[in-house]
Structure formats: structure tokens, C-alpha cells
Design a protein around this ligand. Structure first.
Ligand SMILES: O=P(O)(O)OC[C@H]1O[C@H](O[C@H]2O[C@H](CO)[C@@H](O)[C@H](O)[C@H]2O)[C@H](O)[C@@H](O)[C@@H]1O
Length: 245
């Protein structure tokens, strides 16, 4: 069934949760190659004000990486799929540490892919292997991480994607991060809205649906728990611009 675009958000009583890659910004061959223009920064600052501060990024990136993209903004954020938080705009973030077993695995994988256009992103307890610039190495990357899973503690899982694979602790889920923000004073009593574009956003949609919010899948390409859809990043930014009123 084709999903309808989301309605406009009338009145003030909304809380807005935003995924970054593939939702607010187009994908790029390397995570650091993503470009955020001044218009997007201005839009996010305006939306933060419009929703009285009830806005947070909910991303697989670390909060530090999100900050680099949106500087000088320091928005509320759940980074690393909810393992890291900035609970107040401009507030502190305690970076998640890299456990020794993940560090050793990251070293091994860096050696395996040295000089082959594969980016190994070390995000503390999460390891992402990006093969967007070397698609023929995706299967090998998945194989290496699957093998590693057999010798790691049982609290890790794989998140395979079209352009890479991530290894992460089981508790790294976006839905839990959204529920945590919704318990905070600035968010409580509001209807939540979440926009995201991939499988890792589905637990976020689940949390939003439970709270009678508006769940929006960007560029849907299969089954989703979201109740609404937007065609692509451009349609998402256009819809967000309309919500600034
Ligand atoms: O939850 P998100 O905000 O969507 O973050 C998911 C991952 O995004 C980044 O990787 C993805 O985008 C890169 C830039 O377009 C692309 O090169 C890569 O192939 C994508 O997987 C980020 O680097 C990861 O840490 C996030 O988990």
C-alpha cells in the first residue's frame, strides 16, 4: 500500500525527531563528504524554536560527528543509535568508549581493507564498515563481521545495509532514545514526529506509533512501520520548511 505524505503540524504541541543521513542530507561516498548548507542549519534552528526546544537528532552517527555537520548548532541529539545523548541544546555529551574487543576487531578490519576504498568508522562501541565507494567488498565486509560475532560477547548484533555493515550492542536502538526524550519535561505531553529513511529507523517508528505520533519513512523501499512517506531528501526538506510557521 502506498503511504500518504504527512499532514502539516498545526499548533505548537509537537516534538520533532530527525534522522540525518538519507533524511536531512543526501548520501555521499564517505561519511565526512556529506555537505550541510547554511539553509539547513537555519531551518533546524527555526524548527527548534518553533517547537519550543522539543527537537532532537536521532542518528547512527556519534553526537560529535553530527555536531561537525551542523556547527555551530549543538542540537539535542541521540547519537550511536541511542548509546550517546545530548539532552539539552548546547549541553554536555559523554562520549561512548571503544571496548578492547571492538578496538582489536577494528584494527584487523582496517588491515584487511587497507588501500581498498573501504572506510572503517570507529564509533566507540559501534563499528561501521562503509563500502559505498567499493561495492564489490560489501559481501566480504559482512562475512568478516559475521565471523567476529561468533567470538564477541552475545550482546552484539549486525546491521547490514546496502552500502556497508555495522556491528553494535543490542541496546543501540533508536526507539529507546525517542522514548527517553519523550519522558523529559520539554517533550512530555507533546505528539512526537519522527522522520527516517532506513531499517535502523523502524524501532523509532514503533515508538512514535505507540505514542500516537506521526511516523514518516523517507524514500520507502519495502515494508515499514511508518504511517506516512516522503519521496526523498528534497521532499523532506520542503515539508520541514512548511512546518516552520
Ligand atoms: O542514522 P543516520 O543519521 O541515518 O546515520 C546512519 C549512518 O550514517 C552515516 O553513514 C551513511 O551515510 C554516509 C554518508 O552519506 C555514507 O557514506 C554511508 O554509506 C552510510 O552508511 C554514518 O557514517 C554512520 O556512522 C551512521 O550510522
Amino acid at each position: 500500500m502506498d503511504l500518504l505524505p504527512p499532514p502539516d503540524l498545526d499548533g505548537p504541541n509537537w516534538a520533532l525527531f530527525l534522522d540525518i543521513d538519507g533524511t536531512l542530507v543526501e548520501h555521499a561516498p564517505h561519511p565526512d563528504a556529506v555537505v550541510v548548507d547554511a539553509d539547513l542549519r537555519i531551518l533546524l534552528a527555526a524548527l527548534q524554536e518553533r517547537f519550543d526546544g522539543a527537537l532532537a537528532l536521532v542518528t547512527g552517527r556519534s553526537v560529535a560527528a553530527a555536531d561537525r555537520l551542523f556547527a555551530p548548532l549543538e542540537l539535542r541529539a541521540a547519537g550511536l543509535y541511542g548509546l550517546e545523548h545530548r539532552l539539552e541544546p548546547g549541553g554536555p555529551v559523554e562520549p561512548a568508549k571503544e571496548p578492547a574487543d571492538i578496538a582489536a576487531l577494528a584494527d584487523e578490519i582496517e588491515v584487511e581493507f587497507a588501500g581498498r576504498n573501504v572506510h572503517v568508522e570507529r564509533k566507540g562501541p559501534i563499528l561501521a564498515i562503509h563500502t559505498r565507494a567499493a561495492p564489490d567488498l560489501l559481501d566480504r565486509a559482512i562475512q568478516l563481521v559475521e565471523q567476529a560475532l561468533t567470538r564477541l560477547p552475545p550482546n552484539y548484533r549486525l546491521l547490514p545495509g546496502n552500502a556497508g555493515v555495522e556491528l553494535m550492542p543490542l541496546e543501540a536502538v533508536k526507539g529507546a532514545a525517542i522514548r527517553r526524550f519523550m519522558r523529559m519535561e520539554d517533550f512530555r505531553g507533546r505528539r512526537p514526529v519522527f522522520l527516517g529513511d532506513d531499517t535502523s529507523d523502524e524501532t523509532g517508528f514503533e515508538a512514535i506509533n505507540e505514542a500516537d505520533g506521526i511516523s514518516i519513512r523517507v524514500k520507502p523501499n519495502g515494508a515499514t512501520l511508518a504511517g506516512h512517506a516522503l519521496a526523498d531528501v528534497a521532499a523532506t526538506l520542503e515539508w520541514l520548511r512548511r512546518q516552520r510557521r
